[in-house]
Design a protein around this ligand. Structure first.
Ligand code: SAM
Length: 230
């Protein structure tokens, strides 16, 4: 990489609050230049890692609007067992534990798993992928996803997995970003062009295709909440 390229990368990283540590991680990745935006998408959102990602996703205000909407919808309590897919920094897990529910998180980022274990002592947090949920059928009374769904390449496959691990009648709550927010600060480039955004009706259809019922989609200024039952 030339010095000019290095400073171009540093400038782009700086726009996302990333620093020397992240530039070094990119340089050490050995990936070709054309992979930079994919690498950056992973670093900041799709598989967050590094000090900045830990600070962002461990902060009290990290997607607090989505956390509130999901927990309000799920009305968890003792006797419930929640699975959060893509549990990030673990704040939803922490707040769910406070309801008396049993709580399990899953994430494919090792940094996020470590952070969630720190933020939500008492939760079980598993390093695994949403594409093959490592749980027995009908293990959970509720499943949540907060600002994860738009990153999934096989949304119906993941929703089928969620339905499988839910007990009959169990509730799924997914908070995701609508197409109207693509390219805004809620879903900036280069994440936006690698994400998947669905109109409300289409989002509901995906849930029905996965075999879920009682499907509802609400939309608050582009923040979509999908609710459905197994
Ligand atoms: C944008 S962050 C959101 C984190 C947290 N849910 C929140 O609302 O702050 C997306 C999270 O989903 C995880 N994730 C994305 N795709 C995943 C997959 N296929 N399997 C497991 N985790 C995934 C990422 O590692 C990351 O922690």
């Amino acid at each position: 990489m030339s010095g000019a390229d290095g400073s171009r990368y540093a400038e782009t990283l700086g726009n996302f609050g990333l620093s020397e540590e992240d530039l070094a991680a990119w340089q050490q990745s050995g990936l070709p230049d054309e992979a930079f935006e994919d690498w950056l998408t992973d670093r900041i959102a799709r598989r967050p890692s590094g000090a900045r990602a830990r600070a962002v996703y461990g902060a009290e205000d990290a997607h607090d609007f989505a956390r509130r909407a999901i927990l309000d919808a799920l009305t968890l309590g003792p006797g419930d067992h929640l699975l959060e897919v893509g549990s990030g920094g673990g704040l939803l897990l922490r707040d769910a534990l406070a309801t008396g529910a049993r709580v399990t998180g899953l994430d494919h980022s090792e940094d996020m798993v470590a952070l969630a274990r720190d933020r939500a002592p008492g939760a079980e947090v598993i390093h695994s992928t949403a594409d093959a949920l490592p749980f027995a059928d009908e293990s959970f009374t509720a499943v949540a996803m907060s600002v994860v769904f738009f990153l999934l390449d096989d949304p119906v496959g993941v929703l089928r997995g969620c339905r499988r691990v839910l007990r009959p009648g169990g509730l799924l709550a997914v908070y995701t970003t609508g197409p109207e927010l693509r390219g805004t600060p809620a879903a900036p480039e280069p994440v936006a062009s690698r994400g998947h955004f669905y109109a409300d009706e289409r989002l509901g259809e995906l849930a029905r295709r996965a075999g879920l019922g009682d499907v509802e989609v609400s939309n608050d200024r582009g923040g979509q909440l999908l609710l459905a039952r197994a």
